[in-house]
Design a protein around this ligand. Sequence first.
Ligand SMILES: Nc1ncnc2c1ncn2[C@@H]1O[C@H](COP(=O)(O)OP(=O)(O)OP(=O)(O)O)[C@@H](O)[C@H]1O
Ligand SMILES: [Mg+2]
Length: 261
Amino acid sequence: MLTDELQGRLAKRIDLRILEKERKKKSEKDGFGKNKTIDEVFDKSTMMTVSGLKNSGIISYVNGAVGSGKESKTYWAVGPSGNDLALKIYLVSTSNFKKRHPYLLGDQRFSKIRKGTRHLVEIWAQKEFANLKQCYEAGISCARPITVIKNVLVLDFVGKNGVPYPLLNESEVDYGDYQEAISIIEDLYRKARIVHADFSEYNIFKTEKGLMIFDFGSSIDARHANAKEFLERDIKNITKFFVKRGLTVTNPADIIERLTK
Ligand SMILES: Nc1ncnc2c1ncn2[C@@H]1O[C@H](COP(=O)(O)OP(=O)(O)OP(=O)(O)O)[C@@H](O)[C@H]1O
Ligand SMILES: [Mg+2]
């Protein structure tokens, strides 16, 4: 025979189980269950990460999206002192990351990689943060990194009133811009010991104070086995852009030679 007290406790537990099941069913229907994604950006875990940023006072609120690529979406957010921030949210729903494994293998800083896209995406965000920090601390012209939590990277907003500065691609350019771009590549290599590996007119802002480089997700350590290959590609890519704009430029081979000898 069960005592009344025990019966009561059992009933409570059964109630809880039923409630839990109902909640799960409902949340799955809402698209809000574990591992479900409401839209391509805000799955449950990403929402929790953004709430965490709010609770810890790093951000006050998030405004609209300012950019979206294949693997991430960037939002304008506002910090507690009214300062503008950028949240770069790496998409967990994309499968493109699997292709990125080769960039991480061979980088000693990220040797313990588990399988699974979510983990890979988080490692990727951490990698971008680490690269950005290394560059910022070496005095490269880039946004100040604030923090990275899971797939969400927080950095200073580069722009005005929630509008990012124009990209180099969208701007008038002159010989000074070319020299500045090449000198950023050189400083990245010599001072920050980083090769950007995606250096292009689409990953450079043109601000009133000069060029600012961003999107360090693909960047690699200058000691990486393929670093020179990527360095060459960066120099050739940006040279091509300035040539297309009608400028007379230095032969990329001479710059590479000067930089790596
Ligand atoms: N710190 C920032 N401040 C303001 N806007 C930013 C910042 N970082 C990125 N953006 C905006 O977001 C866009 C995409 O950023 P980023 O290149 O880092 O993402 P991505 O996913 O690599 O995109 P893509 O695949 O197109 O290269 C930029 O073109 C820019 O408009
Ligand atoms: Mg980019």
